[in-house]
Ligand binder design. Sequence first.
Ligand code: SF4
Length: 330
Amino acid sequence: MSSLIELKNTSKIFGTGWFSRKTVALRDFSISVNEDEPAITALVGESGSGKTTIARLILGIIPPTTGEVLYRGKAVAQLSRAERRQFRRDVQVIFQDPFEVYNPFYKVDHALHLPVRKAGLASSRDEAVEIIETTLRQVGLNPRDTLGRYPHQLSGGQRQRVMVARALLLNPKLIVADEPVSMVDASLRATILENLRLLNTEFGISIIYITHDLTTAYEISEKIVVLYRGVVAEQGDVVPVVEEPEHPYTQLLIGSIPMPDPDQKWQQGLEVVSPTTDGADDTMNAEYTGCQFADRCPHAMDICQVAAPLYQTAPNRVVSCHLYRETAVV
Ligand code: SF4
């Protein structure tokens, strides 16, 4: 199995100056994206959980403080110019609000021609247009209704699809989708999720889907990583994790999902998924070595003053909680 991107025991600590408080955005995190098995993996957590830090590490935007970020087995920081160019093509990102990435003074054509030119995908303008039109059709857009228009002349769904086409142009192996549905209405959300599924099933692209929304994570992903204050709470195949959560934090998240029954009030714990949590206050103090969830956990014990390792509770499942120290399979 060949690994496209691998994060090996990565940690990211901010605030390393003399007087600044050190905060751990991510501690000892590992994940591997395999080229041969394109899958959708959801990174779920509230603000300050470390999911955006993971995205930035994968994209090579920031280096880890400790640990390694590997692209095809080689440290990203040590890639040659040619390898880095290939890395930039293989790993693409789709942002939350596509409108923000377009320059309102340029037609959308500009956003599509730029990557074609930068990556040297075409030897003439006609060839570039052909490549762009083919890609637009692949994501369900009619080139005649799309090209030659300014971003504000397209619907939200069309802008999202253009952004998907833009990523697809470079024939990526992995797309990091950073909160792509957090600020959109229900119909656009369905379109975006459908696009992500399409990229995975039709084009064999792995997706890292970053969200604070457990429901959409359950809907489209095969694997899930639940993060809390920079550490993994629970990780595994999405169905068992969501349907039978083991970590007390995941249980709280599941308990906070509103029930479809109109007589059923929203359950306690809803605030745990609130994106209004101030990430800066919610990140981990570097000096603290206990379980990050201890101050909110109903099962906290003396032993929880030391963080639990990742206990394997099933073949594809790990949980960081002392409640499983005696029943873990490994
Ligand atoms: Fe709760 Fe302890 Fe498990 Fe942390 S390790 S989630 S405090 S029981």
